[in-house]
Design a protein around this ligand. Structure first.
Ligand code: F6R
Length: 611
């Protein structure tokens, strides 16, 4: 939620800020702005709507704006106040000398605002962020030291924040700090960077330092000073970023989403690499640090996640219960944190998150950790908050995912669950799993086959693109696949799509069926195949437009279904990892056919750092 970027050095700051915001656009995109220093004066440029609107303003004023070699920028996902120019960041104080960009929520902003207004501060926006600008300006008036002003301000702020501040009277200096929101510093030669996330830095430097909560960094072109909120000097831990700039290019695909769907065969190979070496060898999962004796004695597993990661978790439940015979509960993190959860040291709690920054999941794992549970995190971002708080960290190695709609990270999460379940089953001595291991090894080829037939799915997408609603049905291990297919479709095409367990259809949803309603049945071979077939007959009898997604060559299907999406034969337990691919493609092609903004759907953000 919200992306921030800062630059101080010897180059035109505006170019780096705009590039940085472009690469952070996935974090929010309802308004944006920059603050630069032109001829000794802090100037703000802001625009409502997509980043392109800010780019247009910058282009018109480029000669002026490009004089500055320092600046901060922001791309917003609105929490307090509508996405207008007034509410866009950066925000400033009465005298206009301070500029602040902020990601997060200031929980005590009403009290702070009231106090600041009494002291003569005039607010121009409805945002919580503006309180920080006034507060820093007030503290600067008392201390004449920007770092100290920010430090004192943060002592009064409650809530979550990553923020960058500049001040007109302190040239060539950015002060940045964080609490429960990500911030990374990039180290260059005669220049330094700060941003919410690595994509904004990676084309300039691979040397980086992740800020921890309550640390305050002061950047100039030639120096970086790090202190904590109590003014103690802190040792700087500089690391080399593992990412390549090419990961952020569309590589010839029309959208990142399509590119990321196509990366899935390699993603599966990557996740398996070094962990599943041969079908007659045990899975190696050094990342799971839970003592093997404790693992054998686990009484239960709880998995917490949100959105697409929650669907991966639901598949994970089926796999772990099937292979390890340990009871597993799955719950949206946002629900888990507001009820009394029964957790102890014999409970393993697994948090699943692409970004590793989802606020609800972070709160959930912290809650579980405080009760003594071992916390295992499955994330695509080994540099994230969740990763740092994990007892066991299983990185999914999907590479940076730019499209807001998660695709390759979902598949990578699923594969991680297969590996974890096999590992645990082997530790518990649950029997031979060589068939499943063999299937996992050849899964990338099957995904490649699905991708090779994408034109068929594109054709079906056109035929169904004008539907107002869409129903996905499945049973058992593919019920989460139905939910994920529906989520992908609704989030990028805005079609009202819902996933149901096929058996529930007749308990209410069947009332909605008529000749205008597409029903997509996920009919994978296995113990529930015949059941779903019967449920599909029931839908057909109500004149629904029937689509099958199946690995079966059964001729009967031709009579029942208007369209059949066939995928290679696969065992029921592994089928979610293959069946989701055509559903991702279907959602993609429908949204693309409708002319939607596929990579940046309205109202969404990739990293949801507010509860
Ligand atoms: C859907 C999507 C979201 C995320 C959810 C959780 O395509 O991307 O539903 O899955 O916001 O995010 P993470 O996985 O980063 O915790």
């Amino acid at each position: 939620m919200c992306g921030i970027v800062g630059y101080v050095g010897n180059k035109k700051a505006v170019d780096i800020l705009i590039d940085g915001l472009t690469s952070l656009e996935y974090r929010g995109y309802d308004s944006s702005g920059i603050a630069v220093n032109i001829d000794g004066k802090v100037e703000l440029f802001k625009a409502a709507g997509k980043l392109q609107n800010l780019k247009n303003i910058v282009e018109k004023n480029y000669n002026e704006i490009s004089k500055s070699t320092i600046g901060i920028g922001h791309i917003r996902w609105a929490t307090h106040g509508a996405p207008t120019v007034e509410n866009a960041h950066p925000h400033s104080c009465n005298c206009g000398k301070v500029a602040v960009v902020h990601n997060g929520i200031i929980e005590n902003f009403k009290d702070l605002k009231e106090r600041l207004e009494k002291n003569g501060c005039t607010f121009r926006s409805q945002t919580d962020t503006e309180t920080i600008a006034h507060l820093v300006a007030t503290k600067f008036g008392e201390t004449h030291n920007l770092t100290e002003a920010v430090r004192l301000a943060t002592r009064e702020i409650e809530g979550a924040y990553a923020l960058c501040v500049i001040h007109q009277d302190v040239p060539n200096t950015i002060v940045a700090t964080r609490r429960n929101a990500p911030l990374v510093v990039g180290l260059g030669e005669g220049e330094n960077f700060v941003a919410s996330d690595v994509p904004a830095l990676i084309q300039y430097t691979k040397k980086a330092m992740y800020l921890e909560d309550n640390q305050i960094v002061t950047l100039t072109p030639d120096s970086i000073k790090l202190i904590d909120i109590d003014n103690n000097k802190v040792e700087q831990k500089v690391e080399t970023l593992p990412w390549e700039p090419v990961a952020l290019s569309k590589m010839g695909y029309k959208h990142f989403m399509l590119k990321e769907i196509h990366e899935q065969p390699d993603v599966v190979r990557n996740v398996l690499s070094g962990k599943l070496r041969a079908i007659d060898e045990n899975v190696v999962l050094k990342e799971v640090t839970l003592d093997k004796e404790k693992l054998k004695n686990l009484s239960r597993i709880q998995i917490v996640a949100c959105g697409t990661s929650l669907h991966a978790a639901m598949v994970g439940k089926y796999i772990i219960e099937e292979l390890c015979e340990i009871p597993v509960d799955v719950e949206p993190s946002s629900e888990y944190i507001y009820r009394k959860t029964i957790t102890d040291k014999n409970t393993l709690v697994i948090g699943v998150s692409q970004s590793g920054e989802t606020a609800d999941t972070i709160t959930a794992i912290r809650q579980a950790k405080s009760k003594g549970s071992h916390i295992l995190i499955i994330t695509n971002r080994p540099d994230s908050t969740m990763a740092r708080e994990a007892d066991s960290l299983v990185p999914v190695n999907a590479g940076i995912e730019v499209s807001v709609a998660a695709t390759k990270s979902y598949t990578a999460q699923l594969i991680s669950f297969y590996l974890i379940a096999i590992y645990m089953a082997e530790v518990k001595g649950m029997g031979d799993l060589s068939d499943l291991k063999h299937e996992l090894i050849i899964l990338p080829q099957k995904i490649e086959k699905v991708l090779a037939h994408k034109e068929d799915i594109q054709r079906y997408a056109k035929a169904f693109a004008n539907s107002k609603d869409f129903i996905f049905i499945a049973r058992g291990i593919n019920y989460p696949t139905a939910l994920e297919g529906a989520l992908k479709l609704k989030e990028i095409s805005y079609i009202n799509a819902t996933g149901y367990t096929a058996g529930e259809l007749k308990h209410g949803p069947i009332a909605m069926l008529d000749e205008s309603m597409p029903v997509l049945s996920i009919l994978m071979s296995g113990k529930v195949y015949d059941k779903i077939l019967s449920n599909s007959e029931e839908a057909k009898a109500r004149n629904a437009r029937m689509i099958a997604l199946t690995d079966s060559m059964d001729d009967k299907l031709n009579e029942l279904f208007d369209c059949i999406i066939r995928i290679p034969k696969i065992s029921e337990i592994l089928s979610p990892a293959l069946a989701v691919v055509p559903l991702q493609l279907l959602a993609y092609y429908i949204a693309e056919f409708l002319g939607k903004d596929v990579d940046q759907p309205r109202n969404l953000a990739k990293s949801v750092t507010v509860e």
